[in-house]
Design a protein around this ligand. Structure first.
Ligand code: PAF
Length: 282
């Protein structure tokens, strides 16, 4: 496998990959790779001649220094896992100074309100940080396609808006959430859950599934009340938000309309670990 550390190494690789009209897929990650990431990589491999996986823990998208400090750093294990998927992959794992040569700061974006709800409302500056690094990566790599998981559904919608408004010529490919056998959505944060709490974790998805069942007959407000009551009764979980929103605009729904697609989104703390999940409701 090729490990690229600098922008000039990256440029050399993309030039080679582009020779003879080869297509290029990009899978942006922050490392600590799990099966969910590997599914993105497999999909990218199936659809492109060359694939670059970026591994970069982007400081500007963390609103809490503690969360950034605790983020797992596992480059060696990540390289090994990727090598097993395909030794022909290239990994771009730059240092911070390579991505932020002047100052470690995010640009400001207008995401048309997509960033003012849910994760954006609870994590100050998070989506400006995501926008900054994703735009930088897309412009450096210039891929035909870039792959993002629906686990971070709000991020996915924001990245679609980013490429539309900044006219970045790339196809954004959404990939379904990959879950553990007990329903917990795969996340790099799951490894921070000690055993007894890990056993409680499927409660988040189970409650979203119950919400989906209720959404057939009840209003969004009633469904959210139900979810809040379930979490209030749980000894270890603390709910940060539950939202039911239009799947495209992410605007919270008050009255359901025929023909529209809705999703439920939740964030909750289990011990000190923040988990998020979402589910299509119709
Ligand atoms: O989803 C992630 O892991 C990150 O937000 C991303 C897209 C790699 C940007 O740092």
């Amino acid at each position: 496998m090729r490990l690229l550390k600098t922008k000039s190494e990256l440029r050399e690789f993309t030039r080679e990959a582009r020779r003879d009209g080869g297509t290029l897929g990009l899978v942006p990650t922050m490392g600590a790779l799990h099966r969910g990431h590997l599914e993105l990589v497999r999909r990218a491999l199936a659809e492109n001649q060359s694939v670059i996986v970026s591994i970069f823990i982007n400081p500007t998208q963390f609103d809490k220094a503690e969360d950034l400090a605790k983020y797992p750093r596992t480059l060696e294990a990540d390289m090994e896992a990727l090598g097993k998927v395909d030794p022909g992959l290239a990994v771009f794992a730059p240092d911070i100074s390579e991505m932020y040569p002047e100052r470690v700061d995010a640009d400001r974006y207008d995401f048309d309100g997509l960033d003012r709800v849910m994760e954006g409302a609870h994590r100050q500056g998070h989506f400006d940080g995501v926008g900054t690094i994703v735009e930088t990566l897309l412009r450096l790599v210039g891929p035909d396609r870039a792959y993002f998981g629906e686990k971070d559904y709000q991020q996915l919608q924001i990245i679609r808006k980013l490429v539309e408004t900044r006219e970045i010529p790339v196809e954004i490919i959404p990939c379904p959430i990959v879950r553990e056998a007990d329903g917990l959505a795969m996340s790099s944060r799951n490894t921070r859950l000690p055993g007894p709490l890990r056993q409680q974790a499927p409660f988040l998805y189970a409650t979203l599934q119950a919400a989906r069942a209720l959404f057939g007959t009840k209003s969004a407000m009633k469904v959210k009340e139900y979810v809040r009551a379930q979490f209030a009764d749980h000894p270890d979980f603390s709910l940060e938000y539950i939202e039911i929103a239009d799947a495209r605009t992410l605007k919270p729904v008050s009255r359901k309309q025929a023909g529209k697609k809705y999703r439920a989104f939740a964030a909750a703390y289990l011990g000190g670990v923040r988990l998020i999940d979402n589910i299509a409701l119709n």
